[in-house]
Design a binder for this molecule. Sequence first.
Ligand SMILES: N[C@@H](CCC(=O)N[C@@H](CS)C(=O)NCC(=O)O)C(=O)O
Length: 358
Amino acid sequence: MATNAENVPKASLYISKTSIWASVPRLALEEKGYGPDEVDLKEVDLSKGENFDPSYLRINANATVPTLVVPLSTTLEPEVESRYRAIKDTKSIVEFLDKSRSPQSRTHTTSSAPAPTLTPATIAFSTASNKVVDILHSLPADPNALLFLNARNDEELKNVTPELRPLLHAKTDAITDLIKQNEASEVKVSEKTVKFWEVRRAASTMMLDVIEEGDKSIDELDDAAKKSRTEYFAAAQNGWNNLKEVLVTLSQDIIGPFVLGDQISIADLHLAAWLARIAKLSGGSASDDGNAVITAIVNHVGEGFTLTKDFSVAEARRRAGLPPTTADPNERQARLAAFWDAIKERPSWKKVYADGLH
Ligand SMILES: N[C@@H](CCC(=O)N[C@@H](CS)C(=O)NCC(=O)O)C(=O)O
């Protein structure tokens, strides 16, 4: 992106308000001081399956948000709209947003303060930061899988059904409509796209089979449905079990309270969004403090799981630039609790989570 105010090509960030990964570049926009005159936020409603629409697949064939579309700075004539580059994964988008605005950049529209550099300054920090980001994007940490696997028994299934059922219906219906439109030649897509739609619809349908009857007791189910529910619970149990190691590793890898100590960096933005989702799935809320949120998470993971309280509350607050508390100066908290307390004070976090955790 150019840094000259008259020559700033406007970028578009495709997001969905409740998407966990789209929240990471949204946090980055705020932290870096990008204004709405520089980046357009475009909502892709995942709950309506808008990400599967051919017009969106042309931008990002993976059908995921976020996507950042940046006009190429070599585009000289404004009418040549097709010359753009689409950045299709969270990590690359945030790195791009960070590099595109240096502390000397003169294009701030939201503040006159220099834009912070979020990319770690040393190789050692860069390695540490990448490790955390990679863990958060790894399969055992997948926050979207956990959203759909957030029930390990009948009672939990009953609780998640009202939220998940309409979501899964809308998604499968949207894909079915697209397949029909293609058959009726109302849209024209490749065979590969049709296959992609079918695979994604089959995955949703499998989940929907269980969720559709999620508010029934086990005795009301036929044998096939009983079997599907049992398999679903086993997958969910496995998912939440695998999270234990993720949480322990993160706790060890965070210097505290931020991933790299007292300076916020790229890894913190990924962690902020990820932890907000895990907290939500565990029954936590945006107003909870770090100790409450971590208690909710460890209780939800269950089976006696705990996280070591090895970080000084006073030191965490000092490093995060927060006022000291009147609490016992020897008080310790889990590192992820210290992170939560530090990150939720940031204006970026308050803005992105103004409507609650997602
Ligand atoms: N690896 C991608 C993953 C993005 C992703 O999974 N996004 C979710 C929302 S948080 C999505 O678009 N899901 C749509 C779907 O799978 O239907 C990234 O880092 O950006």
